[in-house]
Design a protein around this ligand. Structure first.
Ligand code: PGA
Length: 248
């Protein structure tokens, strides 16, 4: 399975920085040997069009960080999956723990958002992951399993869905689980996917949470890790490329 390295730029950068970052990644693709993975960048919504122009004709795909569950209507400030597709996106992240925390998004809403993405032909990157308290209580596998079961929409398949396991305590903290802990959770997710869907063996499962160029190689070789969702380290060409190159 070819891994996916996805950059989640979160609420960072201005248009000029975003365009320069996209251009830098495209330049690396042209100048360096194939990194051995698919590349996706997810800029803030106002920058999607400008970044799409920069990525045109390159192997780097465009994604978004969230979408609304409805196709259109009276939802001030929200963005529909149709609008994201129109802007050139091929994927959208749904259920990131920051959305779950900041906007009280629950599994049912995440599932509806993933379904909305699928309806517009977008892939959904569905994020799941436990808090530190849940891990310490020995609940990590149960929490992740419950989130997975409640967040997968009906039309799910390996083409239109990617799972991102992101332990909340590892996001932006510099802390990462041990390779054994990542292995255990990814194995569990794989088993649940295989059990619940026809092509569950082919769904990509990304790891996210403080992935950097210096720990990426050790994480990417874990059996059911099929790429990474990268926050902070996706904001510079060097770090993002360093992580991508770790997939070779
Ligand atoms: P981080 O964020 O790489 O900055 O920890 C990952 C994420 O939230 O997707």
């Amino acid at each position: 399975m070819r891994p996916l390295i996805a950059g989640n730029w979160k609420m960072n950068l201005r248009r000029g920085d975003a365009v320069a970052l996209a251009a830098g990644i495209v330049e690396k693709c042209a100048a360096e040997p194939d990194p051995g993975c698919d590349l996706l960048v997810c800029p803030p919504a106002p920058m999607l069009h400008a970044v799409a122009e920069q990525l045109a004709g390159s192997p780097v795909s465009l994604g978004a960080q969230d979408c609304h569950a409805e196709q259109s209507g009276a939802h001030t400030g929200d963005i529909s999956a149709a609008m994201l597709a129109d802007a050139g996106c091929v994927q959208v992240i749904v259920g990131h723990s920051e959305r779950r925390a900041d906007h009280r998004e629950d599994d049912a809403l995440v599932k509806a958002k993933a379904a909305a993405a699928h309806k517009e032909g977008l892939g959904a990157i569905i994020c799941i992951g436990e808090t530190l308290a849940q891990r310490d209580a020995g609940e990590a596998l149960n929490v992740v399993g419950d989130q997975l079961a409640s967040s997968l929409p009906d039309a799910v398949n390996a083409e239109n869905t990617v799972i991102a396991y992101e332990p909340i305590w590892a996001i932006g903290t510099g802390l990462t689980p041990t390779t054994e802990q990542i292995d255990e959770v990814h194995n569990h997710i794989r088993a649940l996917l295989v059990e619940s869907m026809g092509d569950g063996a082919n769904v990509r499962i990304l790891y996210g949470g403080s992935v950097k160029p210096d720990n990426a190689a050790a994480i990417m070789v874990i059996e059911h890790v099929n790429g990474g969702l990268i926050g902070g380290a996706s904001l510079t060409v060097g770090n993002f490329w360093g992580i991508a190159a770790a997939c070779r």
